[in-house]
Design a protein around this ligand. Structure first.
Ligand SMILES: [Zn+2]
Length: 243
């Protein structure tokens, strides 16, 4: 004999429904309040954990230089390779736009100058990998020989990139200037409409690690310990930004 399934009808009155809804909303607010900052970093780590490191220039394009043949492209690559090692220690997956002394125009098919094609290839690598962030490494120069120090650039439309730039500067001030050089120097973070910052679809900064036109900075740019310290500081700045 088939038994008819019993149907239980719970009579809910209005007050009960409102009370239930109220407590659900309250719980959601409490949970999101306490998990907000952490979940953001976990999300970023879990997205794919990729950071793109972009050593500026390369190959035919030496970047800025001094009269003795010191070339920006080589300093950028040295520092970027240190940065790769540091960020691996932090648990990131690293994509490099270049790991050798080469320019990247052959990886772009747009109809433009060699310089534009090189930049376009870098942009494509960054966007294709959908990284947590990208970091371009460069060396500065100035007509004013007393201009020195590290500058970190971010795009004016990206508040998250500004936060990353500030975090990297804070780390550089402590780890490079105060602890390594024992000097009371300060790095600066500035908005700028660079192609690589404007055309990329993720958080990113461009770090100018010193002025080749300043004698003290130039000595540092030739010093492997300095480049290692800069790389370590950028790693610490990225870690802090994600917290
Ligand atoms: Zn450069």
């Amino acid at each position: 004999m088939k038994r008819k399934p019993r149907i239980y009808v719970i009579k809910l009155n209005r007050k009960l429904i409102l009370a239930l809804l109220g407590s659900i909303i309250f719980l959601v607010i409490i949970i999101s309040f306490f998990s907000n900052s952490k979940s953001r970093s976990i999300f970023k780590y879990n997205s794919n954990g990729v950071i793109v490191v972009d050593p500026g220039h390369g190959g035919i394009d030496g970047g800025t230089s001094d009269k003795d043949g010191l070339l920006e492209k080589d300093i950028n690559l040295d520092t970027s390779l240190y940065l790769k090692q540091e960020l691996i220690k932090e648990g990131f997956n690293i994509v490099m736009t270049r790991e050798a002394d080469e320019s990247l125009e052959d990886f772009s098919s747009i109809n433009a100058s060699r310089y534009r094609r090189d930049l376009n290839a870098r942009k494509t690598i960054i966007n294709k990998n959908k990284p947590v962030a990208f970091i371009s490494i460069h060396v500065n120069s100035s007509k004013n020989p007393s201009a020195r120090g590290i500058q970190v650039y971010y795009h004016p439309n990206s508040s998250e990139s500004e936060k990353l730039a500030k975090s990297i500067c804070d780390s550089i001030d402590v780890n490079v200037y105060k602890n390594f050089l024992k000097e009371d120097l300060k790095s600066t973070y500035l908005p700028y409409d660079y192609f690589i910052l404007r055309e990329t679809e993720c958080v990113g900064v461009l770090v100018e690690i010193g002025f080749i036109t300043n004698l003290e900075d130039k000595a540092l740019l030739k010093n492997d310990k300095y480049k290692e310290k800069v790389a370590y500081s950028i790693r610490k700045g990225v870690g802090k930004w994600l917290e």
